[in-house]
Structures are given as structure tokens and as C-alpha cells.
Design a protein around this ligand. Structure first.
Ligand SMILES: Cc1cc2nc3c(=O)[nH]c(=O)nc-3n(C[C@H](O)[C@H](O)[C@H](O)COP(=O)(O)OP(=O)(O)OC[C@H]3O[C@@H](n4cnc5c(N)ncnc54)[C@H](O)[C@@H]3O)c2cc1C
Length: 446
């Protein structure tokens, strides 16, 4: 029997979640429920797995248990870049694999994005929620410009389309004079993450029973069935999919192999076009990734005439899988400096929301995936790009668990699994030192 002692903690209110509203009623698990399938975790991996299961096994009883509320966790607090081209955070630069590995990664990312597109169409998501507009890697320094040139070369070698922007083009898009150039690639989709994940959860309503505020606190197998106990009820299921990302460790799997990384974001209060026009903050919607992966992601989002800018910076390694409100506030102050340098005219527009969120990385950038025990599956460890990689993991785990044989699944399973980390204190010191060094090296990109 596994007792799950550590439950997810989400520090700070996600601006994306705060400006999104939910359409479906909420319910928690009360009493005992029998199901064919139990999915634990309602993020990208869990809800995509439930969606794929509903396609593959129509008529079967599928239950999802979520410790918190849909969109309150990382799935509703990320920057919303669904990226098709390589985006390897662990390597310190985007393009790092060999040509065959890169081609496979792009094909897998595109498979997941195409599936998400189908979901967006099925549930009628508007363009603000799912926008296939591509993305820009923005450079503010000579180092950033060099990284963009290197990335452009590797894209060219792979036969991938891209466009290089100069400072004037960047200013036309963003209103900011901060950037000296950009690298545009067309295949990325920008989502409003809280809207996307809520629409997906609501859309599943007819076929899937979702229980929120229903953490799994005990998991065991008895009489050929899995029993997942929560505070006020138990789900008994034939098969269980764990889609809890780094919290898989608390279920007794992959211990000593997963890096629990946090990243941080702040969102401004809303402003209108008449307060700050196009010359000041550019087009209604734009989104910049940093040319140096350790720099700042900046995104403008406009809905119903109200615009906001979101800035995401910093990474920390916290094996406790929890960070304090104090840390969020201290990083928000740093983010204010980065923001003011980009948009000096907006100094009086406050940050309305600041938050932190979890990522889960492995040293060798592979997922924690597969059948862990008879009828127990894992779709975890998204390596920093969970909008895409956890969508893919959700699709793949449903196919694995239902016995579908496909080339995609074969290739996806063909990885060695997460490598072991050095012992605790050594890993903590080593990882945090490397991250901090890379962040300082990013300089003006941060
Ligand atoms: C500020 C920020 C910006 C980011 N930007 C991007 C981006 O632009 N693009 C991108 O691809 N990724 C981005 N990410 C990462 C992305 O949010 C994650 O990779 C993604 O949410 C992972 O999806 P998941 O389904 O694997 O896990 P999660 O979204 O973490 O979902 C797992 C769920 O499991 C639940 N859970 C855990 N334990 C239990 C339990 N015992 N019982 C029941 N439920 C449980 C949790 O509450 C959680 O809801 C960002 C993250 C942050 C924080």
C-alpha cells in the first residue's frame, strides 16, 4: 500500500486562471465509485489521457481525480507556448540533439499539437484560447543574437522554415525598443492555458467523471483492482494512469531520478488601447521566448479590449516540491526591473498577479513513462514543455494501456527512462549553481 503524504502546493494566484472562468460545475469525490479507468491528475497529461481513452474505449467508465481544481495547478499557470521545434531547457540552448533525434522530437511535438488542435476544434475554443500563430525567439544582446543565428542554422539544416526579424520589426510587433532582433518559427500555438485546460475538462464532461479537491492519498491493489482512496471516498478501477508529473515520486516511483524545478511569472493589471496605444505596447497579441533559454518569456494578451502583459523568469530546483510566497514576491520584484526595462512607459501599471509553478525534468530529458505494475501506468516528467510533451504522454499512455500498437508508441517508448541524480545535497547545490550561472550569463535576455 502506498500512502501519498505530499500533495501539490501551488504558490500565488495564476493570472491566467484568475482572468478565465469555468463553465462546468465542480464536484468532489464522496463515497465509493467503481470504474474501468482511473486517471490521477487533471493537467495536460491526465485530461488528454482521459480524452484518448474515451475515443478508444467508448462506453467505458472513466474517472479523473484531481487534488486541487482544474487550471489552478501548472496546467493553468504556464506561459502557453505549444512549441514544435526543439526546446531543450536542460541543455541551456534550444537545439542540442543530433539530426535524427531532432527530427523525431519535432514529429512527436507536431503529433501532440495536431491532437490538441483537434480538441480545440471539437470543443469550439476561440482564437484567444488556441492561436496557431507561431512564436518569436527575441534577442536583446549580442549573445542572444548569436544564439538566434545558431538556432537558425540548425533549423535551416533541418529544412525548417523560419524568418529573422530586425529591431524595427520587433518594435512594430511589441512597441518595445528593447529587442535587437528575433527569430520567428511558424509551427507553435499559443494557448490561454487556463481557458484551454478548463474547456478540455468541460468538454469531457459527457464521457468522463471528474472529481476535484479529491487527492489520491492512498493507492493499493486488492482483489485484482486498484483502490485509490481520497479524503471522503474511494475509486476502485481496473487500470490506473498516474498523470501527476513530479508527484509520481510520492507514489513511490522514479525516486532520485526527477528534478523538481520551479519557474515564476507575473501578469500586469489590465489596460486599454486608449491608455497605451500600439506605439507603446504593440499589436494586441504577441509572444516572445528568450533567445537564451534562461532569459525572460514575455507575452501580451488581449481579450474584450483589455490587454495584459505577462513576464516569466527564473528557475529554481526545489526537491521539496514547494516554494514560499516570499520567494514569489522577491522574484516578482526582479521581474519588475526586467519589465520596466522593456516597457518604461508602463511603470505605473502594477503587477496584479505573481505566481510560481512546477516543472519536472530528468537529466537525460526523457519522460517517466510506462507500465509500472500490472494495470498501473505513468505519464509523467514533461521536461519543461508540458503543454506539448504531457499532451503527447497522455495520448501515448492511453494507447499503451489499451494495447494499441503504433509506430508512434514504439518510438515514444524507445527511451532509456530518467537517469539517476547525484545524492541529495550534491544535486541541490550542483543544479541550483548551474541554473544561477546560466541565468547570470543570460544577462540582458533576462
Ligand atoms: C510559469 C510557468 C510557465 C510555463 N510555460 C510553459 C510554456 O510556455 N509551454 C509549456 O509547454 N510548458 C510551460 N510550463 C510547464 C507546464 O505548465 C507543465 O509542463 C505542464 O503543466 C505539465 O503538465 P502535466 O499534466 O504533466 O502536469 P500538471 O499540469 O502539473 O498536472 C498534474 C496534476 O496532478 C495533480 N496531482 C498531483 N498529485 C496528486 C494526487 N496525489 N492526487 C490527485 N491529483 C494530484 C496536480 O494537482 C496537477 O493538477 C510552464 C510552467 C510554469 C510554472
Amino acid at each position: 500500500m502506498t500512502h501519498i503524504k505530499r500533495l501539490p502546493v501551488d504558490t500565488g494566484t495564476s493570472g491566467w486562471e484568475a482572468i478565465s472562468s469555468r463553465s462546468a460545475a465542480m464536484r468532489a469525490l464522496e463515497g465509493d465509485v467503481n470504474a474501468d479507468w482511473l486517471v490521477v491528475g487533471a493537467g495536460f497529461a491526465g485530461l488528454t489521457a482521459a480524452h484518448r481513452l474515451a475515443e478508444l474505449c467508448p462506453g467505458s467508465r472513466i474517472v479523473v481525480m484531481e487534488a486541487r481544481e482544474v487550471a489552478k495547478g501548472p496546467a493553468g499557470r504556464n506561459s502557453g507556448f505549444m512549441i514544435d521545434v526543439p526546446h531543450n531547457l536542460a541543455a541551456g540552448e534550444y537545439s542540442s540533439g543530433n539530426a535524427a533525434a531532432t527530427a523525431l522530437e519535432m514529429a512527436q511535438n507536431r503529433l501532440a499539437i495536431a491532437y490538441a488542435k483537434g480538441i480545440a476544434e471539437q470543443y469550439g475554443m476561440p482564437l484567444e484560447t488556441f492561436n496557431p500563430c507561431g512564436k518569436i525567439n527575441a534577442a536583446a544582446s549580442e549573445r542572444g543574437a548569436r544564439l538566434n543565428r545558431d538556432f537558425a542554422r540548425s533549423l535551416q539544416a533541418a529544412g525548417e522554415p523560419f524568418e529573422l526579424y530586425d529591431a524595427a520589426r520587433m518594435r512594430d510587433i511589441t512597441g518595445s525598443q528593447y529587442y535587437s532582433g528575433g527569430l520567428y518559427t511558424p509551427g507553435a500555438v499559443l494557448i490561454q492555458p487556463a481557458n484551454y485546460i478548463r474547456s478540455l475538462a468541460a468538454g469531457l464532461g459527457g464521457q468522463v467523471e471528474l472529481y476535484e479537491h479529491s487527492p489520491v492519498v492512498e493507492l493499493n491493489k486488492a482483489g485484482g483492482q486498484w483502490h485509490a482512496k481520497s479524503h471522503r471516498g474511494t475509486v476502485r478501477a481496473n487500470k490506473v494512469i498516474l498523470a501527476v508529473n513530479g508527484h509520481i515520486e510520492d507514489f513511490g516511483h522514479f525516486a532520485g531520478r526527477l528534478l523538481h524545478i520551479f519557474t515564476y511569472a507575473s501578469m500586469t493589471a489590465a489596460y486599454t488601447h486608449s491608455q497605451f496605444d500600439r506605439a507603446t505596447t504593440g499589436r494586441p497579441m504577441w509572444a516572445l521566448l528568450p533567445a537564451d533559454p534562461m532569459g525572460a518569456t514575455v507575452r501580451k494578451y488581449t481579450e474584450a479590449g483589455l490587454s495584459r502583459i505577462v513576464i516569466r523568469t527564473r528557475f529554481t530546483y526545489d526537491p521539496s516540491v514547494q516554494v514560499s510566497q516570499r520567494r514569489v514576491a522577491a522574484i516578482a520584484e526582479e521581474q519588475r526591473h526586467s519589465f520596466d526595462a522593456r516597457f518604461p512607459e508602463l511603470k505605473k501599471v502594477p503587477f496584479e498577479f505573481s505566481w510560481a509553478g512546477r516543472l519536472c525534468l530528468s537529466r537525460n530529458s526523457t519522460p517517466a513513462f510506462g507500465e509500472l505494475d500490472a494495470g498501473l501506468y505513468s505519464a509523467c516528467c514533461e521536461n519543461g514543455l508540458g503543454t506539448v510533451k504531457s499532451t503527447l504522454a497522455g495520448m501515448m499512455v492511453a494507447e499503451l494501456a489499451t494495447g494499441q500498437a503504433s509506430e508512434h508508441l514504439r518510438q515514444y517508448q524507445n527511451t532509456p527512462g530518467p537517469n539517476r541524480l547525484p545524492p541529495g545535497p550534491l544535486a541541490w547545490l550542483g543544479v541550483n549553481s548551474v541554473i544561477r550561472w546560466q541565468e547570470l550569463r543570460a544577462g540582458k535576455e533576462g
